[in-house]
Design a protein around this ligand. Structure first.
Ligand SMILES: Nc1ncnc2c1ncn2[C@@H]1O[C@H](COP(=O)(O)OP(=O)(O)OP(=O)(O)O)[C@@H](O)[C@H]1O
Length: 658
């Protein structure tokens, strides 16, 4: 049993701690392992699932009135006694029975286990396609019946809307209200959404709204001040959230790990008008430097200005205003301009829509219309693209995901791919990972990896593979890493006479239709990560006989979990399906790290495409580049946490909020 206590706090949340010392981290791991062993071992889970099924059988013969009365009695008991095991089992029985009657789906025993794991405050690792959307209704509805506000947090708005829409009839039948909050809503709509018992939202929207609440409340966020406001009926008027009570984080590895590399910042237009002129000058200076001689580029590192470049810049700045006379400041500004020029590509990191630079979230493949890069980068990219330049911004409030999610009184999560990052999640968020076996064994066929020297060869192989499937009537999903790559491939498919649809951040209006039709006989869909995590492609009946959905990955991502998520679009719920990787040594990963070795191996593979050793070494190199990129991101996250911790400590001295 575990209990959450709100103590009548109008905005409940934890102070949030970040453990950084080696000893703290080890201690946290040992504590979690022990608690996990005690609370959610196989025996406890098996016994719980059996009791839920028994409790459900007892309720199946009840009249609707008796069932309603039983639910009312249970709700009162949950509010009075908290989430005691016996009450939780009865609540799960109600949720399962209602799901069976309202949605036509009863939770499988493995889903009951996953639900219990999450209610106990762990991260349930359930394979892709195991039905986590339905599983989450168990802890969400139970905690909501017990009087807590539950946030079901996911990676994108498509999933938040879809999951809320699918599951609302179930919650409604249980007397639990649901809300969806999206970024485009105004604050009144958001406030209404956050007042629901179960709120579906994205991680970023939730964090930004929390920061807005903090700005709104300022010093009044302190419990005593808020309690006073609640008493006199003021202060909370504009606050959106009901505090941070219980969160169920879907696609937890993406939110806790991949998205946790950049802090979330609320900013306002800067009052300093000279900033824009400064950025224009930085851009123009950067254009007068020569790559190789004045600056160098290496992998993921920011551009480095050489000694010659430094001297050249000093020369160029002689007649400029005093702000350009400090070496450090001018080189930092010019390096940022070079970053905008070389490290951010159109149709990869951003798109141009309505004469605006719009950021594309690499992990989800989606446009983020209200987001902008900080420290002048956004404006420098706008200058590079020749579009209207937005005014520079200054920071009002800032928080990292690491710090934010630790503030929930109870945190839990689910994902199909968190094995590799379980240790990090345990250390940073205090969340133990518990694996749940699949309901039915997977029938996914993994075809051998095909590696080519050149991208054009790999694309030709993709066209061939797709043609084969199309002739058999088997639907195919082709995953690309960027919008530009999806467009190039689309062109090749059109030339080859293969009818297809493209889903990327530029063509996102028909997302629902494209996903709905992707599993039809002979369907061909090219998609960026938009069709990755969480996307549920339903197969038409005749497709089962053709081998189910075939998924092709054309380029690996910076971490293997994203690739495994794409593979998880096929062979779901015991369906047939197949998975293939068609890669080249011209892919982004292999260009970034040890490019010389990459070029050598590419030349070798081009000369001897069928030689086993050339292919094998090429693949070893490709895998190494991927794990190197992943390790680099881990370093960035650690650094961010450290900075966050230091910032928090220094602000606590000055009495300001982060
Ligand atoms: N108990 C159930 N009975 C019948 N169908 C189910 C059940 N649970 C889930 N499903 C179906 O399984 C499919 C996959 O569900 P869902 O998309 O929630 O999986 P997921 O685990 O969230 O996958 P991913 O990891 O890819 O996000 C859906 O079509 C859903 O309707």
């Amino acid at each position: 049993m575990f209990n959450l206590s709100l103590h009548g706090d109008p905005y409940p949340q934890q102070p949030g701690h970040l453990q950084l010392s080696w000893l703290d981290r080890m201690g946290e791991r040992v504590r979690l392992a022990w608690m996990r062993h005690k609370q959610v071992n196989g025996w406890v889970l098996g016994r719980m699932a059996k009791r839920v099924l028994k409790a459900q059988t007892e309720r199946e013969s009840m009249t609707p009135e008796a069932l309603r009365e039983d639910l009312q009695r249970l709700t009162l008991a949950l509010r009075r006694d908290g989430l005691e095991d016996a009450l939780v089992e009865q609540a799960f029985a109600h949720v399962r029975l209602t799901a069976q009657r309202v949605l036509g789906m009863a939770h499988f025993p493995v889903q009951l286990k996953g639900g219990y794991i999450m209610l106990m405050g762990y991260l349930a690792e359930m394979d892709t396609g195991e039905g986590k959307t339905l599983t989450a209704t168990l802890p969400a509805a139970t905690a909501a019946l017990a009087g807590f506000t539950v946030h079901v947090v996911t990676v994108n708005e498509y999933l938040a809307r879809r999951d809320a829409q699918l599951m609302t009839p179930l919650y409604r039948a249980l007397g639990v209200t649901t809300g969806v909050v999206t970024e485009s809503m105004d604050s009144d709509e958001k406030q209404l959404g956050y007042r629901a018992n179960v709120v579906y939202c994205t991680s970023k929207t939730l964090v930004f709204d929390y920061l807005r609440d903090r700005i709104q409340l300022g010093e009044r966020m302190k419990p005593m001040a808020m309690a006073f406001d609640a008493l006199v009926g003021g202060g909370r008027g504009q606050v959106m959230l009901q505090g941070l009570q219980y969160a169920i984080v879907d696609e937890a590895d993406s939110i806790f790990v991949d998205e946790a590399r950049t802090p979330l910042i609320i900013s306002a237009p800067s009052k300093d008008a000279s900033e824009l002129a400064f950025l224009h000058t930085a851009w123009s200076l950067s254009q007068q430097l020569q790559q190789g001689q004045d600056y160098t580029l290496s992998g993921e590192e920011p551009p480095r200005i050489t000694e010659a470049g430094s001297a050249q810049l000093a020369q160029l700045c002689v007649d400029l205003p005093p702000v350009w006379q400090g070496q450090h400041r001018r080189e930092e500004a010019v390096a940022q301009a070079l970053t905008a020029q070389h490290s951010f590509d159109r149709d990869v990191h951003y798109i141009i829509r309505d004469d605006k630079v719009m950021v594309v979230d690499e992990t989800t493949g989606r446009v983020m219309p209200d987001r902008a890069w900080e420290r002048g980068l956004q404006q420098l990219i706008e200058i590079k693209e020749g579009v209207a330049v937005t005014p520079p911004k200054e920071t009002l409030a800032k928080i990292s995901f690491q710090l934010f999610f630790r503030r929930f009184l109870r945190l839990s999560g689910m994902s199909g791919t968190c094995r590799e990052v379980g240790g990090e999640i345990a250390e940073v968020y205090g969340l133990g990972v518990v694996r749940v076996a699949p309901n039915r064994p997977s029938k996914r066929k993994n075809l051998p990896i095909a590696l080519y020297a050149w991208r054009a060869q790999a694309d030709a192989a993709v066209v061939q593979a797709v043609r084969r499937c199309h002739m058999l009537g088997q639907p195919v999903l082709v995953g690309t890493r960027s919008i530009a790559a999806s467009e190039l491939l689309s062109q090749s498919f059109s030339e080859a006479g293969l009818p297809h649809r493209v889903l990327n951040a530029k063509q996102d209006q028909e997302e629902n239709t494209i996903i709905a039709e992707a599993g039809y006989k002979g369907g061909i869909t090219i998609a960026t990560n938009m069709a990755g995590r969480g996307t549920d492609i339903k197969l038409s009946k005749e497709v089962q006989a053709c081998g189910g959905l075939h998924v092709i990955l054309t380029e690996r991502h910076d971490n293997r979990r994203v690739d495994r998520q794409l593979a998880g679009r096929c062979a779901r719920q015991g369906d047939p399906g197949s998975w293939q990787e068609i890669l080249s040594l011209e892919d982004e990963l292999t260009q970034k790290f040890l490019p010389l070795l990459g070029r050598t191996l590419r030349a070798w593979l081009a000369l001897m495409p069928h030689f086993f050793l050339a292919r094998w070494l090429g693949m070893v190199y490709y895998r190494w580049a991927q794990s190197y990129a992943d390790r680099g991101h881990r370093r960035v996250r650690r650094q961010l946490m450290k900075t966050d911790f230091q910032l928090r400590q220094s602000l606590s001295f000055t009495g300001e909020m982060e």
